[in-house]
Design a protein around this ligand. Structure first.
Ligand SMILES: NC(=O)c1ccc[n+]([C@@H]2O[C@H](COP(=O)([O-])OP(=O)(O)OC[C@H]3O[C@@H](n4cnc5c(N)ncnc54)[C@H](OP(=O)(O)O)[C@@H]3O)[C@@H](O)[C@H]2O)c1
Length: 318
């Protein structure tokens, strides 16, 4: 290890966090995992991670023994020695996980979040400050078929948002990710970046959760494609009335292509419903509905999908 190699902590080694962790390990970075509780820590210490990587349509399975991690702990106080934190929990776990990671922040140089939605931003800003925090989005599809078996379905593109306060720490995050083979783009439009991903998620995740199909069927089934496009059009209408602009001029084509190219991907909202877990619907759809309400707009498709998914969540908990 070169003395310049940053020491990585992954907070929440689920689908995305586990995939990042495995790539960092295989690229020679020292990696520690901050996990939810002691059961998860002892499970990962016994089992390690099994990663199916999709590289140019070639699937390779890698077993990452727990011995290759520096530490796997539920308490940040046991993880000292950290330069770069990747924050990879679901949106609804942000507050608890950020409080648990707080002791690492003084010695870390940067904290990167690749979470979906927009409600994590104020929480992370409050707990970590803005100088070290880098919000990003990923165009990566990964699933967890068992608690330690992660499948990288598709995608290798990550956007990081730079602003005057955090620009010094961007190169560290960017270089570490690129060293592991991820393509990284840096944008100065944080809001545009987060809302672009919000548009993609809001038009696809609830629909997949309700219809129970993998991503490609959302665009290969004409009725689902029609619903997807109507939901996207509604959401884009709200976004256009704000001053926030999407990262890409033709988001419609990007969404259709992303779904078509993630064959077999059970999107995370559907995975959550199937596993009886809460979904990220409040982080992904509610901000658009709130903004629409302020604009005096009605979004019948998105509102309907929101109510259905909330109903499914409620049924699962009763
Ligand atoms: N999966 C994808 O393809 C994908 C793509 C782009 C963006 N994203 C976004 O990335 C984020 C993570 O998604 P994911 O699919 O990786 O979710 P996931 O598989 O559910 O992983 C989240 C991990 O966070 C852990 N966690 C929860 N509370 C924690 C705490 N207090 N401390 C430490 N760890 C904690 C969970 O532990 P347990 O397992 O013990 O519950 C789980 O391992 C989400 O915002 C998602 O929308 C995902």
């Amino acid at each position: 290890m070169s003395p310049a190699t940053p020491r990585i902590v992954i907070v929440g080694p689920g689908a995305i966090g586990g995939l990042l962790a495995a790539r960092f390990i295989r690229s020679g970075f020292p990696v520690k995992l901050l996990v939810k509780n002691s059961q998860r820590a002892s499970f990962l210490r016994r089992k390690g991670l099994r990663i199916e990587e999709n590289n140019a349509q070639k699937i390779k399975t890698h077993f990452i023994s727990s011995k290759r991690f520096e530490r796997i702990e539920p308490k940040a106080s046991h993880l000292s020695g950290c330069d770069l934190i990747f924050f990879c929990t679901k949106s609804y776990d942000t507050l608890k996980a950020a409080r648990s990671a707080r002791p690492l922040v003084d010695e870390a140089q940067a904290i990167v979040s690749l979470q979906n939605g927009i409600i994590h931003k104020p929480i992370l800003n409050r707990i970590f400050g803005t100088k070290k925090l880098v919000l990003g989005i990923s165009f990566i599809a990964a699933t967890r078929s068992t608690p330690n078996h992660i499948r990288h379905i598709s995608g290798d593109l990550i956007y990081l948002a730079a602003h005057p306060t955090n620009k010094k720490v961007i190169p560290l995050a960017r270089e570490a990710l690129e060293h592991c083979g991820w393509r990284v783009r840096v944008t100065s439009d944080e809001k545009g970046m987060l809302w672009t991903k919000l548009m993609l998620n809001a038009s696809t995740n609830p629909l997949a959760a309700l219809s129970g199909v993998s991503n490609e069927h959302l665009v290969r089934n004409p009725a689902l494609k029609d619903l997807l496009l109507k939901t996207l059009q509604e959401s884009l209408g709200v976004m256009h009335k704000t001053k926030i602009r999407p990262l890409f001029p033709d988001l419609r084509q990007i969404v259709l292509k992303a779904m078509d190219h993630s064959e077999g991907q059970i999107n995370s909202m559907l995975q959550d419903i199937q596993a009886g877990r809460p979904t990220e619907i409040d982080a992904i759809v509610l901000p658009i509905l709130k903004e629409a309400r302020q604009q005096g707009q009605k979004l019948p498709f998105l509102e309907g999908l929101y109510r259905f998914v909330k109903g499914l969540e409620k049924d699962l908990h009763e």
